[in-house]
Design a protein around this ligand. Structure first.
Ligand SMILES: Nc1ncnc2c1ncn2[C@@H]1O[C@H](COP(=O)(O)OP(=O)(O)OP(=O)(O)O)[C@@H](O)[C@H]1O
Ligand SMILES: [Mg+2]
Length: 455
């Protein structure tokens, strides 16, 4: 199943993001993107009232600063506060998750466990990793943060880890050696031959006087089973030999937790934790923390509308909050209302709809008219919860095991599979598995459900 999930590649949130956002400059990191829309600077009036129309460019064809600067400043503030694809790195903007953070720190610090966290796209895994990485650095851990890719292999991953470990922590060198003073790292001791689990653990055996945290984000992006198996063996050897290196691994798939199953008794050394969707209180906190930074205010109705529409996903809370806030600014207001949020939900629906094949749009419209939107919403939720392929068991969980809805769901699944709106496959471990053929469909359906609930 791990392989299946990795194969889905550009699923769900990424599909949404690709359509709605473009990348910032190179300094902004892999996921940092900003909206394509709303770059018509002259549409943004000065705060306090609608602006009179004016020329947008000077005679020398430069953007007119009178329009561009005020807008750019407001927009930059909003992006800092609510950029939906930018993981939180500023602790002031990190909302909720207190119990989870405490439990993870306890597992790393007191129990000396490796940790695996998994959860849906956009639920906040990378943000959590950043927070824990900072907390570990504050406690003087050496932290190696590695983003895994489809092509990740053990050798390069270990070398990246070794490059974070200064030789001053190596028993044979110590802080006063020439090599340490030169700033050499463990990498300088590794030969050209590919690292095996054995040689990697040997290389770490003489590290003293520090603890190392190896963070592997998007672990299930890798296509390589060999990579995953070697990392599992590596974790086991580190624990067995009491090497002071612990791993913190994040990915979408619940099957990640099965990583530990491949290596006998590894599970005793690993805490696997699912990161759930946020509670209403946590979403409220996400919005509130952005208000000061974004210099805007969401009224109570607007907050409620975002809580209802985002269904606990901070990604979506920020996407809707950002769009609603920009719409309010365009209207000369800094207070955001439920109407602004409603408009931002509709906008996101319209944009996603354009990316869905026409026959799928029409079939979904027909099934909606026949009262099947809640069932399709449950399919979307099942897809989001696994990051791709989902089984009838996932659907039942999303439906809350209601037998009538389950019967409807079976018919709807068949209907969608016949029309190529769902792909179907056989999975050895789980029986039939399904996946939406258009990546944007789960998000599109979820927002349709949210809109229908808000009346
Ligand atoms: N605790 C939090 N407080 C405030 N905002 C959050 C929090 N967690 C996540 N977010 C916001 O939600 C969005 C998604 O977060 P993040 O990138 O951490 O999720 P993810 O689970 O790593 O997503 P993916 O599966 O796509 O990698 C970002 O805009 C981030 O700022
Ligand atoms: Mg992430």
């Amino acid at each position: 199943m791990l392989k299946d999930v990795a194969m889905t590649g550009d699923f769900s949130w990424r599909g949404l993001t690709r359509n709605l956002f473009r990348r910032l400059g190179p300094e902004s990191g892999r996921r940092d993107r900003e909206p394509l829309t709303y770059i018509r600077a002259a549409e943004i009036p000065a705060p306090g009232g609608p602006a009179l129309p004016g020329f947008q460019r000077t005679a020398s064809d430069q953007p007119n600063p009178a329009y561009a600067e005020g807008f750019a400043a407001s927009r930059a503030k909003l992006l800092n506060a609510y950029a939906p694809t930018r993981p939180v790195t500023d602790p002031r903007l990190f909302a909720g998750r207190t119990g989870i953070v405490k439990a993870l720190i306890h597992a790393i610090e007191e129990q000396r466990l490796h940790v695996v966290i998994y959860g849906e796209r956009g639920v906040g895994k990378t943000s959590l990793l950043h927070l824990l990485s900072q907390a570990a650095k504050d406690a003087r851990y050496l932290v190696a943060y590695i983003d895994c890719s489809q092509r990740s292999e053990f050798d390069e991953t270990f070398r990246a880890l070794a490059s974070h470990i200064p030789l001053m922590f190596h028993g044979a060198y110590g802080p006063t050696s020439i090599q340490s003073e030169r700033g050499d790292t463990l990498v300088s001791l590794l030969g050209p031959q590919p690292m095996t689990v054995g040689t990697a653990v040997d290389a770490l055996a003489r590290i003293e006087g520090t603890r190392v945290l190896l963070i592997l984000d998007d672990f299930d992006q890798s296509d390589s089973e060999d990579f995953r198996n070697k990392i599992a063996e590596f974790l086991k050897s580190l624990s067995d030999q009491a090497v002071h290196v612990q791993a913190l691994i994040a990915g979408v798939s619940a099957e990640l937790a099965e990583l530990v199953g491949h290596v006998p008794s590894l599970h005793r050394h690993v805490l696997a934790m699912q990161i759930p969707r946020m509670t209403a209180g946590e979403v409220r906190d996400v919005i509130a923390r952005g208000e000061a930074v974004g210099d805007v205010r969401f009224d109570q109705e607007a907050v409620r509308a975002i809580i209802a529409a985002c269904t606990g996903l901070p990604y979506l809370a920020k996407l809707l909050g950002y769009r609603a806030a920009l719409a309010a600014l365009q209207d000369g207001r800094r207070t955001i209302t439920a109407n602004d949020v409603g408009a931002s939900v509709q906008e996101a629906i319209d944009e996603l709809r354009e990316t869905v094949p026409r026959h799928a749009q029409l079939r979904i419209d027909e099934l909606t008219e026949r009262g099947q939107l809640p069932v399709m919403g449950a399919l979307a939720r099942a897809a989001q919860s696994t990051g791709g392929w989902f089984t009838t068991e996932d659907i039942a969980t999303a439906l809350g095991d209601d037998p009538t809805l389950l019967r409807d769901a079976t018919a709807v699944v068949q209907d969608l599979a016949q029309r190529n709106i769902l792909n179907e496959t056989q999975d050895d471990a789980h029986g039939d598995a399904f996946r939406f053929t258009a990546p944007a469909l789960p998000d599109y359906l979820s927002l349709l459900v949210a809109k229908s609930r808000s009346g």
